[in-house]
Design a protein. Structure first.
Length: 252
């Protein structure tokens, strides 16, 4: 069914039943989530959560669903705070700019998405984002991320170009960039004071790197299979993986 004429309609003007039907219209096996054509009540849908006034606030169609086709993010209800679509075979690009503004948690891992993503368009309320194990391309703009971000996973894609790690959200705890095609030198002197996990392995990063200002909160730091070099001083409680690089670790 052609929904192009709906493009200018404000999603807040439509009932949530209609929005959800439009959202899943491109899923070939949507009966896995909505129970079949005779079941229009959202209360019959699987793994969605609603608030006291009947608004959808969570959609959790993760790995066990194995859905196929496409979803149209234009129609995700604006009240949704958690959207987990990981482990499905969804075709096409991931239009981040269409995500609802109240979104706190988004998981699109292992979903076969392609194309580029503009991380500056992420919802300002976002705390958790997982885009790992897709075929996403283009650059990773890490300046201008939501200040609320706590855990961000972008590993195992085809992102390329340089990255700026000097203006990450101040409350960030985990960032995974490993197994991409990223390159260039790295400035690790202004990482967030809260960060405990940083994964940079299996990229084309290169050059002498200043590791003196790594946060004391670090628990896990990986730069293996890169061309980085330098010296890290750490205590026994911290895990630093530097294999296949020119980085040297000294326990203190």
């Amino acid at each position: 069914e052609d929904t192009s004429s709906l493009g200018k309609i404000d999603r807040d003007s439509l009932p949530h039943e209609t929005l959800m039907e439009l959202f899943v219209q491109g899923i070939k096996d949507k009966e896995k989530v909505c129970g079949g054509v005779s079941s229009n009540e959202l209360s019959d849908w699987r793994n969605i959560k609603m608030n006291d006034v009947g608004e959808v606030i969570e959609i959790e169609w993760g790995y066990t669903f194995r859905l196929n086709g496409t979803v149209d993010l234009r129609w995700v209800p604006s009240s949704v705070e958690k959207l987990r679509l990981c482990g499905n075979s969804f075709e096409g690009s991931l239009d981040i700019e269409l995500l609802p503004s109240r979104l706190v948690e988004a998981d699109f891992a292992w979903t076969k998405y392609t194309g580029s993503v503009d991380l500056t368009m992420l919802p300002r309320s976002l705390k958790y984002m997982n885009l790992s194990v897709n075929s996403l391309t283009g650059s990773l703009e890490l300046v201008g991320l939501p200040s609320s971000a706590v855990k961000l996973y972008f590993h195992r894609n085809n992102f390329e170009g340089t990255v700026n790690l000097t203006k990450l959200p101040m409350g960030l705890k985990a960032l995974a960039l490993d197994n991409n095609r990223l390159s260039g030198s790295l400035d690790l002197t202004q990482l967030p004071p809260t960060i405990s996990e940083l994964y940079l392995s299996h990229n084309g990063f290169w050059g002498e790197t200043d590791f003196r200002f790594l946060p004391k909160t670090f628990e896990h730091f990986e730069v293996s299979a890169t061309q980085l070099s330098g010296y890290i001083h750490c205590d026994n409680a911290q895990v630093y993986i530097v294999t296949d690089s020119n980085v040297k670790v000294f326990k203190i």
